[in-house]
Design a protein around this ligand. Structure first.
Ligand code: PLP
Length: 435
């Protein structure tokens, strides 16, 4: 290994003597080299060794305005001079809630939380309370946070998953009580027939179906035409609720989220990540009569809920993203589409088997011979060895990617970033093709 990263490596060694695993979130330990960051502006990040990168990791998605966006810095500066938390009501809560209500189709009422995991947790509780049913149906490969009740069949192996026709519930972690899975049903995604048969057997027990509307966490996979509409129809027919986990897609694939993009309105939706441009905020919203159960039988709380700093960042982020009829998000998507196409072309020129899937603002690169990737199981054929080499070579080229090949674009990436990235991709693919 080159010692281009020697300071990062030395700091990681030091960190391991105080921080569990040396990192604040175990997912981060998996980058080819867990980097220590020194600074970042716009789409560029610098590490402690002085290496500069074009940042397509964007803190795992939240930085929709890139690093240190002036509007966000100004919001933080203003709020730095004001009380950090009231633990009580203030006007900004209403301002931001009204804005989100205006933008997101399903949001008749909403509430703020601090992390995506927490937002999903309270959403599932609400769904069970509203329907008085126990089961949540979730799909293989989808990520809805790390809580015991939902972290099942996420990154499981083919052997663990069991037969496609009868998927097993696979715990995502040691220490998860096995009986948590009794409150779940597991299904393959993008398969309405499988869903029909699960509903035929358990329909009167299913409180909700939860889905990422685009499978951003495992492959960047689009819903098949009609799939989300089918979910809407089946859940309505059986009196179950439909939950879109828009923690990634919200304020990224459009101001109204994936529900607006696909024209399918869920009963409930969760938001996080980009909603506040990187500040600690998440939210959930949906039908009025369901949300109004909060505090009326459904317990919920949070010391940091609705704190002014996070809401100031959300206000600045949403205001900035809303300019010119939402042009900043269209910019991110269009650049991403150009990058996707360029990667496909580079793979073709290098005679490498590569698939590029997902939305322009969040997509994946797969080293696979699979012609179609429609669910998590299809991604298991990806060549991990080639991906690891690609990630490492791209890092050496100054391109920062997430450990599974996921790519996030922001509103501040530029055409020049994409040009530079495609040149790097071409060099890296040529090396991979050489073996
Ligand atoms: C779709 C989805 N839901 C929920 C979560 C959990 O959010 P958080 O990491 O803020 O707890 C994530 C995080 O990546 C996510 O991608």
């Amino acid at each position: 290994m080159s010692d281009k990263y020697s300071t990062s490596r030395a700091l990681l060694e030091r960190a391991r003597r105080s921080l569990a695993g040396g990192v604040s979130s175990p997912f981060r330990a998996k980058l080819p080299v867990p980097l220590y960051c020194a600074d970042a502006r716009g789409s560029r990040l610098t590490d402690v060794d002085g290496n500069e990168y074009i940042d397509y990791a964007l803190a795992w998605g939240p930085l929709i305005l890139g690093h240190c966006h002036p509007e966000l810095v100004e919001a933080m500066r203003r709020h730095a001079e004001m009380p950090i938390n009231y633990g009580a009501q203030h006007r900004l809560e209403i301002d931001v809630a009204e804005k989100i209500q205006e933008l997101v189709p399903c949001v008749e009422r909403m509430t703020f939380t601090s992390s995506g995991s927490e937002a999903v947790h309270v959403t599932c509780r609400l769904a069970r309370a509203a329907t008085k049913r126990p089961l949540i149906l979730r799909f293989e490969g989808h990520y809805h946070g790390w809580f015991d009740s939902i972290l099942w069949s996420y990154r499981a192996t083919a052997e663990q998953l069991g037969p496609a026709g009868a998927p097993l519930a696979v715990a995502g972690s040691q220490g998860q009580p096995a009986n948590e899975s009794q409150n779940l049903l597991i299904a393959g995604w993008n398969d309405l027939d499988a869903l029909e048969s699960l509903f035929a057997r358990h329909g009167d027990q299913i409180a909700a179906v939860i889905t990422e509307p685009i499978l951003c966490n495992s492959g960047g996979i689009a819903p098949k035409p009609g799939f989300l509409e089918g979910l809407r129809e089946i859940t309505t027919r059986y009196g179950a609720l439909l939950v879109f986990d828009e923690v990634i897609t919200g304020f990224r694939v459009g101001l109204g989220g994936a529900q607006q993009l696909f024209g399918v309105t869920p009963d409930l939706a969760t938001f996080g990540k980009a909603i506040a441009g990187g500040a600690t905020l998440s939210a959930l919203g949906g039908r009025q009569e369901i949300l109004e159960l909060l505090g009326n039988g459904v317990a919920f709380g949070g010391s940091f809920n609705g704190n002014p700093v996070a809401l100031g960042c959300a206000e600045a982020t949403i205001r900035t993203l809303s300019r010119d009829g939402g042009q900043p998000l269209r910019h991110a998507e269009q650049l991403g589409e150009r990058l996707k196409e360029g990667i496909r072309q580079a793979a073709k020129d290098a005679a490498l088997e590569v698939q590029v899937t997902g939305h322009g603002a969040c997509f994946w690169v797969h080293f696979t011979s699979a012609a179609n990737i429609t669910n998590y199981r299809d991604t298991l054929a990806d060549r991990r060895d080639l991906l690891d080499r690609y990630l490492r070579l791209m890092l050496d080229e100054g391109i920062l990617l997430l450990p599974e090949g996921r790519v996030y674009l922001s509103a501040v990436h530029t055409e020049a970033d994409v040009d530079q990235t495609l040149e790097a991709v071409r060099r890296v693919f040529a090396q991979l093709a050489d073996g």
